[in-house]
Every structure is written in C-alpha cells, then in structure tokens.
Design a binder for this molecule. Structure first.
Ligand code: PMP
Length: 308
C-alpha cells in the first residue's frame, strides 16, 4: 500500500506528486501548525463517491478557525479540489488528505497576522487501516499510560497536526506492547478515544459513546454511526464512562474514516463479550458499508459523486 499517486492539488493547481515540496524551515514542520482531514472515497454502483465531503471540509475550516489560520480558499474550492484529486488520478476508491499549514513565514512562534496558509489535497489508494481481518475478527486494545489532552491545554476538537504527537504516543505504546491500538483516558480518568478512532460501547442493547467533553475529536464516522443506530431503532447515549465499563461491555467497536467500523475483542487482555464481533457491531458495519453498495439508502445526502 503506497501513499502516493500521480498528481496532487497544491495551492490551487494539480501538479505532479514529486513536485509538491516545501522548505525545511516551514513553520508547520517546526511547530505542528497544520490542520488536516482524512476523507474516504468509496466505489459505489453510481461511481466513486466522497463520503460526507462537506462535513469534512467544514471541520477543516473549523480547525483553521480555532488556530486563527487564514486559508485563502473557500470550502467550495476545497470540495472541488478533493473531487479533482480523485478524478485526475483515476481513482475509484481512495483516501483523501486535505491539509492547510503554515509554510516558510519565519520562525517566530506567532506567524505574521497576514500569513496565508498553504493548502494541499492528496488522494491515493488506502485499504483497511487496522487490517481487513480485523473487520471480522476484532482487535486487541489496551488503555495507554498517556492521557488525552486536557481541555484547557490544546483543543481536541481541532484536527491539528500537533495533536497527533499525543496520538503517536498512544498508538506506539500500545503497539510496542503487542496490541493493535491504544485507548486513552481523559484528564478525569474517563474513557476518551483511540489514537485515531472514536469508541462505542454496547451494553444491554444500548450504544454508549464518550461525549465531546471527554477530549475526543468529534468524529464524522461517530456521527454517522449515531445516526444509523438511531435510524435502526437503537438508543444512543453520550456519557462519561469509567474504564471498567469497557471490561463489562457486551460489545465494543471503534469508528474512524481510516479505521471505518472495527470490533474490539479484548481490552487490557480482558475479553469483551464473546471475544469476537458482536451482532450489533455487525449490524452497524452492514448499515455503514451498505451506504456504499446501495443496500442502505443515503437519506442524508452523504455521498458526493466525483463525476457529478
Ligand atoms: N479521533 C481522532 C483523534 C482521530 O484522528 C480520528 C480520525 N479523524 C477520529 C477520532 C475519527 O474521526 P472521523 O470519524 O471523523 O474520521
């Protein structure tokens, strides 16, 4: 699996992938001053479709707003750029990575007030993030020793480059100890999220997920699952939860654009439910992937066809 393609959208035009370079003195490289998105394109019966494109682009601009970053393009420009990056590379399914970053504007921590962000949109092929097998078998996770960011330190509601040092600590520690992914607790010791995924706990037929105050990124897949679950008649509750609620869950699954819907079969080496994908997780996977094979009706206008 290679994260490359022939062309990349860079500051307004599609250029050859290899020519999309920046200077080593770029502000973002030194201080993490970038905001980004991860968006998936699915090959549907009506051609390639970008999933929830407008919501992803909105979140990109929200992240930029939080960090007072001037993005010299409109949301419509970026939506267009995403579709162009997919079609120009002839992709049927893809992962799209839009990113706005502060370039070579000097090394002062505060960029000049009139500094304009540079913007890229990359699109390339990418399979299941935690492996195809995990979609059915489930993954083994552990609570890591690293907490998520406290709310008054760095905003987890912004999908900013610098935040991903926290995510790297979480996932690297988990992988070093032989787990597929790490789960972080928040500053109060309650369940937050995975390194790059939100978390759902199923107990007695109800779906529980940590609230935005638990230092999570409000995931777009999380929102999709909450919507699809309610549509299927489930009760969905956002609430703070202690670590042991994972041990006592009937089912657990994680959600994310890259990870999609992944069952969790153990937490801290304690088996979750039957130790394999549970029925509600499977139902949610079917409803989710059904959006792309046509078996779930897209009532919400979530699919943005690349060739429209
Ligand atoms: N939390 C974190 C920290 C993430 O990086 C991601 C991936 N973007 C998610 C949750 C899931 O968000 P989404 O469903 O929007 O991809």
């Amino acid at each position: 699996m290679s994260t490359s393609a022939e062309f990349i959208w860079f500051n307004g035009s599609l250029i050859p992938w290899k020519e999309a370079t920046v200077h080593v003195m770029s502000h973002a490289l030194h201080y993490g001053s970038s905001v980004f998105e991860g968006v998936r394109v699915y090959n549907t019966p009506k051609g390639p479709a970008v999933f929830r494109l407008t919501e992803h682009t909105k979140r990109l601009f929200d992240s930029a707003k939080i960090y007072r970053m001037n993005v010299p393009y409109s949301e419509a420009d970026i939506n267009q750029a995403c579709k162009q990056a997919v079609s120009k590379n002839g992709l049927q399914s893809a992962y799209i990575r839009p990113m706005a970053f502060i370039g070579d504007v000097g090394l002062g921590l505060t960029p000049p007030l009139d500094a304009q962000a540079e913007v890229i949109v990359a699109a390339f092929e990418w399979g299941a993030y935690l492996g195809e097998e995990s979609m059915e078998q489930g993954v083994d996770v552990a609570v890591t020793s690293w907490n998520r960011l406290a709310p008054n330190t760095m905003p987890t509601g912004a999908k900013a480059g610098g935040n991903y040092l926290s995510s790297q600590l979480i996932s690297r520690e988990a992988k070093r100890h032989g787990y597929n992914e790490g789960i972080a607790l928040d500053n109060n010791g309650c369940i937050s999220e995975g390194a790059g995924e939100n978390l759902f706990i199923v107990k007695d037929g109800v779906l529980f997920t940590p609230p935005v105050t638990a230092a999570i990124l409000p995931g777009i897949t999380r929102d999709t699952i909450m919507t699809l679950a309610k549509e299927a008649g489930f009760k969905v509750v956002e609430q703070a939860m202690p670590r042991e609620s994972m041990y006592l869950a009937d089912e657990i699954f994680m959600t994310g654009t890259a990870a999609e819907i992944v069952p969790v079969r153990s937490v801290d080496q304690i088996q979750v439910g039957e130790g394999k994908r549970g029925p509600i997780t499977e139902q949610m996977q079917k409803a989710f992937f059904g959006l792309f094979n046509g078996t779930t009706e897209d009532k919400w206008g979530w699919l943005h066809y690349v060739n429209d």
